[in-house]
Design a binder for this molecule. Structure first.
Ligand SMILES: [Zn+2]
Ligand SMILES: [Zn+2]
Length: 320
């Protein structure tokens, strides 16, 4: 179906593609599912209204507001048949492997377009994607009610992880974050306490979510765990990290990777959490800009002063 995009968020992945890419965007051969290759329209965090519907599509309907999961997969391989689509060898995403939401109009399969409840505002809806990343991380970390959670890095995903952990019944949520303003925002959104990295070992968390995207944050996440704890990594880091095997083996800690989100589990859960007000998105939006400023007031600011911006939203249709 075709969507008229209301707002599209940008994040570090977009900055990487713009600065040092193509990292994910296919250049030589078209992506096997989307058939697209560079140049590709960025934007993988977006929501909009249905502007055209393909033949035989019953839902969602014309004009309906939807958030877009964006993940494409083959649907027939071993992993897809098990519902573990993030392991599909043909995995891709709109905005990286096919045209995304930084455009007035965007085509997406109907399956990806989940109807938005009225309680989620237009300029909150793109953050369902951000929340879905955090939801998956906590699910991969097998968080059980009553357990302690540490979130390393209170950026947009980290602040979503704080709120999702609360909603999932965590016994306590701590944040490891160097920026004071983010520490206080994390506490406003449900964290019990926020500490600098040096104090991480005192946290004794069952699940630590590494959402800082820096190599040293992995060791911090492991240090924040109690014996038997699980550290979940979200960031697609390309630099080596150093963790002493002894620190893992001695206390039987685990490191778990968590990639993106799955439409019918993580994304749907995220939509439900935001719809019933268990998670707030508005406090995470620091900038709303027209698409004409997407580079100068968007990507450049995320590159030059990332500490000053959480979620930057772009309005592809201008400043309506
Ligand atoms: Zn993103
Ligand atoms: Zn597959």
């Amino acid at each position: 179906m075709q969507l008229r995009v209301d707002w599209c968020g940008i994040c570090g992945t977009d900055v990487e593609e713009w600065l040092s890419g193509p990292e994910w965007i296919p250049v030589d051969a078209p992506h096997p599912i989307t058939g697209a290759r560079a140049p590709i329209i960025l934007g993988h965090e977006f929501a909009g209204r249905v502007a055209a519907v393909g033949d035989g599509v019953a839902e969602p309907q014309m004009g309906q507001r939807v958030a877009v999961d964006t993940i494409v997969f083959c649907g027939t391989c071993h992993w897809c048949r098990r519902g573990e689509v993030t392991r599909c060898p043909q995995l891709g995403g709109l905005g990286l492997h096919g045209d995304g939401g930084l455009a007035e109009l965007c085509n997406a399969p109907a399956r990806m377009c989940l109807a938005l409840p009225d309680t989620v505002a237009d300029d909150e809806a793109p953050l369902v994607e951000t929340l879905a990343v955090a939801v998956r991380a906590l699910r991969r970390g097998m968080l059980r009610p009553g357990e302690q959670v540490a979130v390393v890095g209170a950026g947009a995903v980290g602040l979503m992880a704080v709120q999702a952990a609360r909603a999932f019944g965590a016994g306590g949520v701590a944040v490891v974050e160097p920026i004071a303003a983010r520490r206080s925002l994390a506490c406003r959104l449900g964290a019990d306490r926020a500490v600098p990295a040096d104090d991480a070992a005192a946290l004794q968390a069952d699940v630590a979510v590494e959402s800082a995207g820096r190599p040293d944050a992995v060791a911090t996440a492991v240090r924040a765990l109690r014996p038997g704890g699980r550290a979940v990594l979200i960031g697609l880091g390309t630099r080596p990290v150093s963790v002493l095997p002894m620190d893992l083996v001695g206390a039987e800690k685990s490191i778990i990777g968590s990639l993106s989100h799955v439409w019918d589990t993580d994304f749907r859960i995220a939509l439900g959490l935001m719809g019933r007000g268990a998670v707030q998105a508005a406090p995470l939006v620091t900038d709303r800009i027209p698409i004409t400023a997407a580079v100068s007031a968007g990507l450049e600011l995320l590159r030059d002063e990332p500490e000053k911006h959480l979620k930057i939203l772009v309005r592809p249709g201008g400043t309506r």
